[in-house]
Design a protein around this ligand. Structure first.
Ligand SMILES: [Zn+2]
Ligand SMILES: [Zn+2]
Ligand SMILES: [Zn+2]
Length: 347
């Protein structure tokens, strides 16, 4: 039998149809578990300079209200705007452009500047989940919105300029590249097998166990077989739900809980606030049925071996295929063995 821990190989991502190169022989060196002498720092609850803190001034003359829980506002520097005249360009199929309309919003998770998802309590994260549900519904119901992308960029390494706990929503007229690939793959899988790709994958990973990080009654957190980033995680629902607004009450709370557990494990890995881009993939909102789409979350963290050593997608990876050394199975094992008590809460 071919040994995935020994020999270089490529793995298929069935959600995108793309391949990733795995070179396990390059990691024969033992795990260092470097944690650096990270300055165990906590941020103040309020920062007078932060444009997301309650009562503070934002760009222009806008001022945040003295909000007590979750706060949503239209992005002051929106990437997408609702009013764009019709039009575009198509020159011999080579110079092609299309008008793109949309809405960009910011969701502050908490008035407390110093918190993160990992350190918020489940009740407060549940309020954020409820807001995600209503944003998805509201924006998705607009006639010109075909897709609602909810995502969080965390950490300076990911280009997040502000540590205040928040996420962004970019709701767009057209469906962006990654969801286009995943929707197509899920549809083709469903046509071929008559079942849902992610329902089947979730079941398979639960049975195998080796890539599972943690789970609760409704959700599974797994390092995908095809993970590109060293400690990439996918959170997938055990029940088939096309979108977050289809969750039952207990499911929404379980979702808040699994997000807290995953982000706590991340912070504990290198005893540092763990940077990542995280986002949801769910049913597009252009009016088609998409019965075969299955809500899931991707966490893409850049860190490799310590709080400062990051993975770069360069060279072969941008010209050829992504590549990794440590296997998804050993990454999952490390994440699985971590404590779920945040290092700042166990001081
Ligand atoms: Zn703040
Ligand atoms: Zn499913
Ligand atoms: Zn996805």
């Amino acid at each position: 039998m071919f040994d995935l821990n020994e020999y270089s190989h490529r793995r298929l991502n069935p959600l995108t149809g793309e391949w990733i190169l795995v070179s396990p022989h390059r990691t024969k060196r033992p795990w260092q578990g470097q944690t650096e002498d990270s300055k165990v720092e906590t941020l103040a609850e309020y920062d007078p300079e932060c444009y997301l803190c309650p009562g503070n001034k934002r760009a222009g003359e806008q001022r945040n209200p003295a909000y007590a829980n979750v706060f949503v506002f239209e992005n002051d520097f929106p990437a997408l705007l609702p009013d764009v005249p019709e039009g575009g360009l198509n020159t011999e199929g080579l110079l092609v452009a299309q008008r793109e309309r949309g809405i960009s919003r910011v969701v502050c998770f908490s008035p407390n500047h110093g918190l993160t998802l990992a350190r918020m309590n489940v009740t407060d994260i549940r309020r954020v989940v409820d807001e995600w549900v209503s944003q998805y519904r509201e924006l998705g119901s607009l006639e010109f919105i075909g897709h609602v992308q909810i995502f969080e960029n965390r950490g300076e390494m990911m280009g997040a300029s502000n540590p205040h706990p928040h996420c962004q929503i970019w709701a767009s007229e057209s469906i962006p590249n990654e969801p286009v690939k995943e929707v197509r793959a899920q549809r083709e899988y469903n046509e071929k097998n008559g079942t849902c790709l992610l329902c089947d994958y979730c079941e398979l990973e639960r049975n195998k166990g080796e890539r599972v990080v943690c789970e609760n009654k409704y959700f599974l957190a797994v390092v995908p077989f095809w993970a590109v980033y060293p400690f990439e995680i996918m959170v997938v629902g055990k029940k088939h739900r096309q979108s977050i607004d289809k969750f039952e009450d207990a499911e929404k709370t379980a979702f808040a809980e699994i997000l807290k557990r995953v982000t706590t494990r991340y912070d504990n890995l290198f005893v540092t606030p763990f940077p990542y881009s995280m986002g949801f993939h769910q049913k597009p909102t252009d009016g088609a049925a998409y019965e075969y789409t299955h809500f899931h979350v991707h966490f893409y963290p850049p860190l490799l071996r310590s709080a400062t050593i990051r993975k770069f997608l360069v060279g072969f990876e941008i010209l050829g295929s992504p590549q990794r050394d440590i296997t998804p199975e050993s990454a999952a094992e490390k994440l699985r063995n971590l404590s779920e008590t945040h290092y700042l809460d166990s001081l």
